[in-house]
Design a protein around this ligand. Structure first.
Ligand code: P6P
Length: 339
């Protein structure tokens, strides 16, 4: 079958680099290494039901969650490949308590924060999961080992951010300061092809994504907002459709393309949940960077811009309201008592 001559992600990144004469090619190299890791993880995710890698590995991660073998595989795949790529000075992963150093002599000028397999509770039930990554420029002197302060930067300073969602197809979406594009993997040739150029997210939602099992733990305005989106009012396109996958990267991807709002507000389910559940460095900040670049909005439930939060520690959690700007604004009106 003569397929159209697709633009591969590597070609696209090179073309983008040509628009920046000052570029050294390091970010291009970094993204290409990440793409190889993504293809490796995608192949393993697609085989998970067949190989003996389902089920718990018996270990637990920094979050106190069971680390599933596929989680471990994804984490090790990224960690090992990126430690010697020469473009990074330090990394942090959802699966590791402390800063991950790069190989001595391979220190580069960027940092990488990543969630190797977001939504891993969905692995054994064959529901979409994904890898999320965030790239910053280092602050400490070149040539030295990276420091935690290189990783603890506000999301607004990200050089690039992206995710790979392993769904009905494997898609890579990444944003730099001036573009957001989506690429779909053709597994028959092992190439990501440009499939969603210049992504713009709809200003108004069709979907709301929230775990309503937490309803009795929410603050009262959150409950009133949920009643609002479920109210029958054809003139304002309500009720919205409820869609909740339990994998933020998959929910946010659908909302990015079709229009939607994802909410994980703080709740009283446990003392730590007073600060939210979603991790700032490798879930909220990269997804906020992508969504805002596509014309959406990302805030905490008390109205702080996710991208302006100064992280205090690697695994810091935040409440997250992210998606179509009209709906995020409406949510804040409920939280501010205006509705
Ligand atoms: P709950 C996955 O662990 C995650 O961080 C997000 O990807 C997902 O949206 C959320 O937690 C699901 O949490 O409490 O609804 O199971």
């Amino acid at each position: 079958m003569n397929r159209p001559l697709g633009i591969t992600v590597s070609r696209h990144i090179m073309d983008s680099q040509r628009l920046h004469p000052e570029a050294t090619g390091d970010l291009t190299g970094l993204l290409n290494e990440l793409i190889v890791a993504a293809k490796t993880i995608s192949a393993e995710v697609n085989m998970a039901g067949l190989a003996d890698i389902l089920g718990m590995s018996g270990k637990t991660n920094i979050q106190g969650e069971h680390v599933q073998k596929l989680d471990e595989f994804a984490n090790n795949t990224i960690k090992r490949r990126m430690a010697r790529c020469g473009y990074l000075c330090a990394m942090t992963s959802e699966e590791e308590a402390d800063i991950i150093p790069v190989a001595e002599g391979y220190e580069g000028k960027y940092t990488l924060a990543f969630d190797p397999l977001d939504g891993s509770s969905n692995i054994d039930v064959n529901v979409s999961i994904g890898t999320i990554f965030s790239i910053h420029s280092r602050l400490s002197p070149d040539g030295s080992p990276g420091e935690e302060s290189d990783l603890l930067q506000p999301g607004r300073r990200q050089v690039a951010a992206g995710y790979i969602v392993y769904g009905s197809s494997t898609m890579l979406v990444f944003a730099t300061s001036d573009e957001v594009h989506g690429f779909t993997l053709d597994p028959s040739v092992g190439e990501f092809y440009l499939s969603h150029p210049d992504i713009r997210t709809p200003k108004k939602s069709k979907y709301f994504s929230i775990n309503e099992g937490n309803y009795h733990y929410w603050q009262e305005p959150v409950c009133r907002y949920l009643e609002h989106v479920k109210k029958v009012d054809k003139a304002t396109g309500r009720p919205y459709n409820a869609r909740y996958i339990g994998s933020m990267v998959a929910d946010c991807h659908r909302n990015l393309i079709a229009g939607g709002i994802f909410l994980y507000p703080r709740d009283s389910k446990s003392p730590t949940r007073a600060y939210g559940k979603i991790r700032l460095l490798y879930e909220a900040a990269p997804l906020a960077f992508i969504v805002e670049q596509a014309g959406g909005r990302a805030v905490t439930d008390d109205g702080r811009e996710i991208l302006d939060i100064q992280p205090k520690e690697l695994h810091q959690r935040v409440p997250v309201i992210i998606g179509s700007s009209h709906d995020v604004d409406t949510f804040l009106e409920f939280m501010n008592g205006k509705k």
